[in-house]
Design a binder for this molecule. Sequence first.
Ligand code: PHE
Length: 336
Amino acid sequence: MNERINSVRAAFLAALGRATTEADLDQVRVQFLSRSGAIANFFEEMRSIPVAEKPEMGKLLNILKSDAQAAFDEKKGALSASEVSGSGPIDLSLPGRPRPVGTKHPLTQTIDDIKRIFVSMGFSVATGPEIETDYYNFGALNFPHDHPARDMQDTFFISKEILLRTHTSPVQIRTMEKQRPPVREIMPGRVYRNEAVSARSLVSFYQIEGLYVDHGVTFSDLKGTLVAFARQFYGKDVKLKFRPTFFPFTEPSADMYISCFLCKGKGCRMCKQAGWLEILGSGMVHPHVLKNVGYDTEKYTGFAFGMGIERTASLRYGVDDLRLYYENDVRFLRQF
Ligand code: PHE
């Protein structure tokens, strides 16, 4: 019996070694460990062997049984772990799973495109804080105290002196304070105005500001730069015009218009029958502003401009409700 125990032990270990699947393993269990298996049969035989041999044989059988169970459990654990980690055979011919790729938000695309055009003309990009002081947002930009020009922009005040910037123009001041001319920067960023939200106005939106200050910068530089921008951004065939306007920080000041792309200038709902759409505000930097940052107004002149990004994007993509940009509806966003 002793010899047979040893040969069953060897047979069991060999079968266990060959097992590679759950099914193989189950066969090994039935053959050796189940109630009618080889090991159970030995215990059955124990009844008929001489009493003197019983303790010795019992001991051997118990060792066989517990060794076999331990080896079996270990193998079973290893097999299920390898199934979970997928380290089994790999089918290298399977096609990959496609992952959905997102797109950039239309406002980000618009900012990127505007930046690219101005960077190609030699501008660099600057940013400034969204929480500003009255001085940077108004005072340094030549808005006198108690002047009605401050009402052009409904301001969120945090305290008497601290506010949420209403435009990106304060970044002009911060840039010039840090740097001597030539200054050639564009300044994208978020701005805030205390207005009722509607299809045409938002409490928070993006602007992009531009500033060029150097020796002998003239109004024709302003026009040339902005016309070159508009032709690249809106297309070569677009008609352009400038119309005088007022900003405290520029003199003279001009709004720039493009011919309405919907009606080609005939007049429609989009352009409110005017045939023209305003795309940006601009002007020659007011000498008071240059003085406020310590620039010599005898030596330096400059121009500045600012445009709203949501509006710019809408003109380009034909979006008629600005709120759509902030609703994060993927059916809207996937179109860009
Ligand atoms: N800051 C102005 C606005 O928000 C735009 C502007 C910028 C006009 C620079 C002229 C020069 O309306």
